[in-house]
Design a protein. Structure first.
Length: 90
């Protein structure tokens, strides 16, 4: 009986091992998915930050041009309506 009992124990351990392997594989897949999402989030954050910087830079250039025009350092080549649009666009 002891041999049948040890066989049953071995089968039980093998089944438990198989279950653990399956669980490990599923956890690895889940981890990869989460990691990819995290990397995508980081990439999107970098793109958003670059766009924010570009927008701020553009706004600064626009303000500097407008200030130069109104300070008389540069003669305006556009009409007053366009100047108002530039100021209000900020």
């Amino acid at each position: 009986m002891s041999s049948s009992q040890t066989k049953a124990e071995k089968v039980h351990h093998l089944l438990k091992y198989k279950d653990l392997v399956k669980e490990r594989k599923s956890l690895k897949e889940e981890w990869k998915s989460v990691k990819e999402q995290s990397e995508l989030n980081d990439a999107l954050k970098r793109k958003i930050r670059k766009l924010e910087i570009a927008t701020l830079s553009f706004e600064d250039q626009l303000i500097n041009r407008t200030v130069k025009i109104f300070n008389g350092k540069k003669k305006p080549k556009v009409n007053k309506e366009k100047h108002a649009k530039l100021i209000n666009a900020k």
